[in-house]
Design a protein around this ligand. Structure first.
Ligand SMILES: [Zn+2]
Length: 426
């Protein structure tokens, strides 16, 4: 199957679908300045390498890039779709370049931009670590930013959801009969958040989450978990959970307990494309987790790779809400800048790319285990997707591969540490 063929986009199968966008990171300062160190504040004085109309790999998103993503996405949507939006609107700049007011303005701007492109579509947001000032320092109680978000998101969320959002930055809402979206504020568990560092249950969110999942089970609902910072281990570094270790253990315990209620997890934050499969204590695969790559193409100057701008569509089963497929779209940033045109294209279809029948936990476990085999073609493809086709000559072997593969398969400390010894690696 020729994946770079635009015909795919006109033959979307007749299955229910929803969209996932994350890490927009608007940099309002982006402009084609003659001095490359002045193209964007987010490059922090480092000269932009290849600045163009749609951005640069050392900068956060120009408004034009975000606008082109939504314009393209809107042309592919169906009226009954919904969108999940897992946070991080402001740019990566030093704290003194921002303020509470500026962060609120950027969230407002991104909300309005989405509303303009999707006037009749419900959007389920989750808050990101950059959606606060100073960044990462989200409090366990109400504040100007949670309140502003609750105001902006009134067109999408109901009164009870807006109430918990304005108090703790989390909420749950029925998306359709039998399907509940639970938006978790994982910034409260994020290491750099000094406010919640010594709290066992910041904002009472763990208690709320268990109650919410318990009630969903009683009402025979299925749940999609959405959040910014993912549970589990980071794929690009050894032995490091994305949230604090203790909070990660607690979250994994809750997700295992209610895995029969949860039909999928959707995260952002790493800016890269990855999967995880939650196994119970006996090693049975019980949940599928997806980390969506970012719209922003930014990387640090010393990083060897980044990600092309991206958004994605999920196909799901209308009856039990299990996950069937991902259609991953991307913009080849270098090409878009050269042509001064934004041709967003399908990067891959998950089941096609890896020969899967669906994206249920059993299928993802098989895929993850296949990465452990010495023939690395499948894993090389996965790693190329990880970078959103940034550069497929970059390889990931040895220690790089161990970190990647263990993060896919193991989310708790005990099982991860066994894997990370790397005895399986050839
Ligand atoms: Zn981000």
């Amino acid at each position: 199957v020729e994946l770079n063929c635009f015909c795919w986009t006109t033959s979307i199968p007749n299955l229910p679908e929803f969209w996932h966008i994350t890490d927009l990171h608007l940099d309002p300062s982006y402009h084609l300045a003659p001095d490359p160190t002045k193209v964007c504040y987010s490059s922090k004085g480092v000269p932009a390498t290849n600045p163009g109309l749609y951005g640069d790999f050392l900068c956060d998103s120009p408004y034009r890039l975000i606008e082109s993503a939504f314009t393209n996405m809107a042309s592919l949507t169906q009226p009954e779709d919904f969108i999940i939006w897992t946070g991080d609107s402001p740019p990566h700049v030093p704290p003194d370049e921002l303020s509470t007011d500026i962060v609120i303005q950027v969230i407002s701007n991104m909300t309005q931009t989405i509303r303009q492109h999707f006037p009749n579509m419900t959007v389920y947001p989750a808050v990101g670590n950059h959606d606060y000032w100073p960044q990462d320092q989200m409090p366990d109680s109400t504040n100007a930013i949670y309140k502003a978000a609750a105001q902006f998101w009134k067109p999408w969320l109901q009164a009870d959801a807006l109430l918990t959002l304005s108090q703790g930055g989390f909420y749950s809402q029925l998306a359709k009969p039998g399907l509940r979206v639970v938006s978790v504020n994982t910034i409260l568990y994020y290491g750099p958040d000094k406010v919640t560092r010594n709290m066992t249950d910041p904002a009472g969110q763990f208690e709320w989450l268990e109650k919410t999942l318990e009630r969903a089970a009683q009402n025979l609902e299925k749940v999609y978990i959405i959040a910014h910072v993912p549970v589990g281990y980071l794929p690009f570094v050894r032995n490091t959970t994305a949230i604090r270790k203790s909070h990660n253990e607690r979250l994994v315990t809750i997700f295992r307990k209610y895995s029969h209620v949860i039909a999928g997890h959707f995260y952002g934050h790493t800016h890269r494309d990855s999967i995880m499969v939650l196994q119970d204590k006996q090693g049975k695969p019980v949940n599928s987790l997806f980390v969506s790559p970012a719209v922003t193409p930014i990387k640090d100057a010393e990083q060897s790779y980044s990600n092309n701008p991206s958004f994605r569509m999920y196909l799901y089963n209308n009856k039990d809400y299990t996950m069937l497929d991902i259609w991953q779209y991307y913009l080849n940033l270098t090409e878009a800048n050269e042509k001064q045109r934004s041709d967003w294209r399908l990067e891959y279809v998950m089941t096609e790319a890896f020969g899967l029948i669906d994206l249920q936990p059993q299928s993802l476990l098989q895929l993850g285990l296949s990465f452990m085999l010495p023939q690395t073609k499948t894993f090389h493809k996965y790693f190329n997707h990880f970078m959103v086709s940034y550069n497929n000559s970059i390889t990931c072997d040895g220690g790089c591969k161990v970190s990647q593969v263990c993060s896919v398969l193991y989310l708790d400390q005990l099982s991860y540490s066994k894997c990370a010894k790397g005895a399986w690696e050839h």
